[in-house]
Design a binder for this molecule. Structure first.
Ligand code: ATP
Ligand code: MG
Length: 606
């Protein structure tokens, strides 16, 4: 599959202007490394010391040649001292460098750990509207791969580059001191390197960003396929998905190839060649300078030292240019992380309003997800504390949306929803989540024990957990498991039936001691018998907890104090079951009769 047919859904990080990309990356690094600034400065100082010690080697060599070897003036103690000195300096330099680079690598790891925690924490605080457009695999890629790329930025790029620059400066200074004209010849290497780096950037930058993007696509597709495996297999979509994956994979391979080719051609070969060229030029200059006269002792030492230093200039330059490819990757990674970090978090309610009795007042509530496409129109609804209200209506009529607003998943227009007289957004987050429980349509269970699924990380005693489970009629099925409350339930609660999962989800909602309980089609998956159990659980809560239940199956809400019938985002009818049944040809009446027919059919067929 050619690369252009690959569907790319990543946000356009890649289109960020270069400067912004750089600022983003720099910001992220500075923030993450801030607590260890002192350590970084210490590390840099030690690296300078190591570079100075290293520079000493060739100088000692020159001294040895000029003063002892050429004059044939063998003074063993001095020569031995010189060699020993050079040896010790070299060893000390290596040791210092090794120690510092390991230490700095540790620091980088910690910084990345910090970034990763930040990113994950941030994702947890994002508003629900973000997840409407987020793609799981891509998010995972941001939190894992892209933060990893930021690590490279520290370990390889910053420290290796820093080290190289320090060594380079040391060598240049020594050369300047030995013979400044020759040093100038060596310095011509620098503009050449700038040109190479520029050419390299032009060539490989698009490939680097593209391969990051594709990697995240690969993750996204993987996550999606695993999540939807039953559908994938049932609709025989596996071959198509396979082909799409292969296409992505191929595109990824191609852009990586391009990167590697740019590395292979531009970096080492060109610079190695420059190294050889420079040595030739330096020797030639020496040769022509001493033309006619015999080479003085002094110059032999200098040429030895110079050739040595040229190597020390070229190697760091190679290192630096090579790091540019990593730098590219890391900056894109950092920018991608930053784009995520820039997503506005859901506002955390700090106000201290409280839910006490559980009364709900909805006034003139209008809502739209997308501008110009209203979903709810002028909803007015007052629910008394402890009452049981059912919400019914055709699919797409806005039932779940109303619940999402009551649960603060999306911000409702100011003042349109009040709980016990307090605007919903003025109730502290922790208190709100304790007092308002949700039982969703799809019971979401963690791959953990029954107990952990009920507590969800809250500190609850065993009695509290069991009381909640009993209230939800989940106790018997949990107690029947071989490990009771401590039995691992498998991923997504694979060991339980949907009805049992639903009861655990209800127990979870009750364990927080809620005043208000929302149920979104909590009974649509379970058989009539289990539904009766759930209903019994709900009946026992009546008067104590305000219950708002969306129900597809009308029998669930038959006994409700009031039933709200939504139609295209408006309240069409409102009343008790018998009141609504009395409306001739009313929406509720029609829905109810239709469902009765459906339920009777299988029986009459039998
Ligand atoms: P169902 O019985 O099928 O669950 P519902 O009554 O719960 O339906 P909602 O989920 O509230 O319906 O959806 C109401 C309308 O809002 C629909 O037209 C839907 O397309 C739209 N909608 C729902 N969620 C979003 C969203 N996150 N972004 C944009 N539009 C949405
Ligand atoms: Mg719904």
């Amino acid at each position: 599959m050619p690369a252009d047919t690959v569907i790319t859904t990543s946000p356009p990080v890649e289109q960020l202007p270069k400067r912004e990309l750089f600022n983003d990356a720099a910001n992220l690094l500075l923030r993450a490394a801030a607590p260890e600034r002192k350590l970084i400065i210490q590390g840099v100082i030690w690296l300078v010391v190591a570079a100075l010690l290293e520079t000493f080697g060739p100088l000692a060599g020159k001294y040895l040649i000029d003063n002892y070897l050429l004059p044939r003036d063998a003074q063993v103690p001095q020569i031995a001292a010189l060699i020993a000195g050079a040896l010790v300096a070299g060893m000390a330099a290596s040791w210092i460098r090794f120690m510092q680079l390991t230490r700095l690598a540790g620091l980088a790891m910690r910084s990345v750990r910090r970034i990763r925690e930040n990113v994950y924490g941030h994702v947890l605080r994002l508003p629900m509207s973000f997840f409407d457009r987020a793609i799981t695999g891509q998010l995972v890629s941001r939190v894992t791969n892209d933060t990893e790329a930021v690590k490279t930025l520290y370990v390889q790029v910053l420290f290796v580059m820093l080290d190289s620059v320090i060594v380079l400066c040391g060598a240049m200074t020594a050369m300047l001191w030995l013979d400044w004209r020759l040093m100038l010849i060596v310095a011509t290497l620098l503009p050449v390197v700038v040109v190479i780096v520029y050419a390299y950037q032009r060539l490989s930058a698009p490939a680097v960003t593209r391969s990051r993007e594709l990697r995240s696509e690969l993750n996204a597709q993987m996550a999606e396929s695993i999540g939807g495996m039953p559908i994938l297999q049932a609709s025989n979509a596996a071959p198509r998905f396979n082909a799409r994956f292969a296409g992505l994979n191929e595109a990824h391979y191609q852009s990586r190839q391009l990167e590697i080719r740019a590395n292979a051609w531009l970096l080492r070969p060109v610079l190695d060649f420059m190294n050889v060229l420079l040595v030739c030029v330096v020797i030639y200059v020496f040769g022509s300078r001493s033309h006619g006269t015999a080479m003085t002792a002094l110059e032999v030492g200098v040429i030895y030292a110079f050739i040595n230093y040229i190597g020390r200039v070229v190697e760091p330059l190679i290192q630096i240019t090579m790091q540019f490819s990593q730098l590219q990757q890391a900056m894109v990674g950092a920018a991608r992380v930053n784009v995520l970090l820039r997503e506005a978090e859901a506002p955390v309610a700090v106000a201290q309003g409280e839910v006490t009795a559980g009364g709900i007042a909805i006034d003139h509530l209008n809502f739209e997800y997308l501008p110009g496409r209203p979903v709810l129109h002028d909803i007015d609804l007052h629910i008394a504390p402890g009452s049981f209200v059912g919400i019914v209506g055709h699919t797409g009529s806005g039932k779940s949306t109303l619940l999402s607003l009551l649960l603060r998943f999306y911000p409702a227009p100011a003042g349109s929803i009040r709980l016990d007289g307090t605007p919903v957004d003025a109730i502290g987050e922790d208190h709100f989540r304790d007092r308002v429980g949700l039982v969703p349509q799809e019971p979401f269970l963690l791959a953990a024990s029954a107990r952990e699924n009920i507590t969800m990380g809250r500190t609850l005693s065993d009695e509290q957990v069991e009381r909640a489970a009993r209230a939800a009629h989940a106790h018997d099925s949990i107690a029947a498991l071989e490990g009771g409350y401590h039995t691992p339930l498998g991923e997504g609660g694979a060991r339980l039936s949907v009805g049992q999962k639903q009861l655990i989800a209800i127990a979870r909602a009750l364990a927080g001691d809620p005043r208000i309980l929302f149920l979104d089609e909590a009974t649509s998956h379970i058989d009539s018998e289990t539904e009766q159990i759930v209903q019994r659980a709900l009946t026992q809560l009546r008067g104590k907890v305000t219950i708002v239940a969306i129900a597809h199956r009308l029998s669930t809400v038959r006994d409700a104090d009031r039933i709200v019938v939504l139609n295209h985002g408006r309240i069409a009818e409102l009343g008790t079951h018998s009141e609504l049944m009395a409306i001739d040809n009313g929406l509720y009446q029609r829905l109810y009769l239709l469902q009765q027919l459906e339920e009777e059919e299988p029986e009459s067929a039998a």
